[in-house]
Ligand binder design. Sequence first.
Ligand code: 5GP
Length: 130
Amino acid sequence: MASIFTKIVAGEIPSYKIAEDENFYAFLDINPNAKGHTLVIPKREENKIFDLSKEEYDGLMSFSYRVAKALEKAIPCERIGMSVIGLEVPHVHVHLIPINTMADMQFVKKDKLTNDEFKTIAEKIAENFK
Ligand code: 5GP
């Protein structure tokens, strides 16, 4: 069965898209640790990050680098934190999180945002994506 994220890539489930290319897709996490919390995924469904080929892994990291640069420009923060977990959704995803404290990386404190806030944040990050 297709993962939630495959359905997002296919447009069957809506997402606040940041950027995409042929192989990768970036969108806002629906339950963010902090404003701008973004997920970067390979469009090809794979469960665990280290099961990706070296080439696909490198591509995912390069794409994440570009998204992180856009996040730094769009969201005021101390730095961009990066994490890979995958216990909830079995489709490889890199968490990129604009952080100010360690708590922002702990997946406990969540930021409740309105639809308009999600849209505005996604647009601002997307504008800075190069
Ligand atoms: P993990 O698998 O790394 O533990 O966490 C999965 C992440 O995906 C969580 O941060 C969760 O909020 C996010 N997530 C789960 N379902 C959806 C969804 O349908 N849309 C979006 N945008 N994010 C989701």
